[in-house]
Design a protein. Sequence first.
Length: 395
Amino acid sequence: MNGDPHQILSSFASRIVDAVLECLGEGKVDSIFVSGGFARNEIAALTIPSFVEIYSDVDVYVILRRPEDLDSARRRVASLAAALPRETGGYRIFPEPDVGVYSEEDFRAQKTKPGTVEISGEHVVLHGSKEAPEWARGFVASAIAPVEALYLIENRLAELRELVDRVEQGESDGFRRYVHYVTLKSGLDAVSAVLIVLGLFQTSRAERMKAFRGVRSRSDVRGLIPEDAAACADRCYEGLMNLQKTLETNTGGYADLRCEVESMLLAVWKSIAERLSPAGTGEWSDLIDWRCKGGRWPGNIRELSALAKRMSRSRVDVLRRARELARLSPVDALRLSGAVDALLRRERGDAGEKALLRDPIERGYVRALDELTRAFGYGSGPVFERARRMFKETA
């Protein structure tokens, strides 16, 4: 195999297809297709002598032909895909593949979000029906709900924290370069979040930046992203557009950039949450409570029950503790763990100011997160690490 990143990912995608068909049975699978950057041939990679580092993931959609236990199928496929070798003597693919398993009904019911709006126009069918991707024509970028901007930022902050933890535990120079790339990409997600709120999201990275630069002087946009943060987004975009040179010349690392990007993502998250939340105070603790559906007992209890079923825990035992475990939405509390972790790690302000920020969050959200993770068997390690692990294994 040559060193062409697209060919390498194409071969890897074919291995995913073979593994999925063997796992689920070919007769049960209607279609398998890929979308995202791979389908656009927008692949992030670094070429070094006799080796290629690939930083883009592969977004694979598996559509089942007949009803299936989706949770079981998803767990089996996710485990199988994650175990596929991604490194040879000539290349390494850093991210695990993102493989989703759906029935037709479940696929059509997906939310309109950045990942789904690009499917109909940018996909490659690898197996079976060519009709399935066309079902995504109903996903229109202008219809993405503003709350998806918060999801996007929360996911990026959680991903960054997990990757940095791995670096601190000892990883290769190649992995550090991969984290540098993810940091640059995360900086552009602040732009994506702003465009989602404005109803201007574009699937192409270049088109997103063009749209953002066209509106960034508007007063409502300045209220969503500070000027210094917008300048950081510009630097991230230029770094991505010249990734080979960026990674070759910036050998000193990415720590300062990561701190800047995290601060930008938190600032944009807060400004969007303030716009969407009826709380009105603008305090971090109030926004976190609103985001986690604090006190919305019926819905939170239903989530708790579903989570217990999915994780094969006694629903009776879990629901017996509903008063402490369902004050916040279990799913949203887990999803938000990376963002709150980043927030509480910031070294800004004097001790009194830190206490005003930290104390209500630690008494409320962090305590609830600790109780939730322990109740589901995640009792080892720091609370945010436990929460990220639980979210990854249950989402």
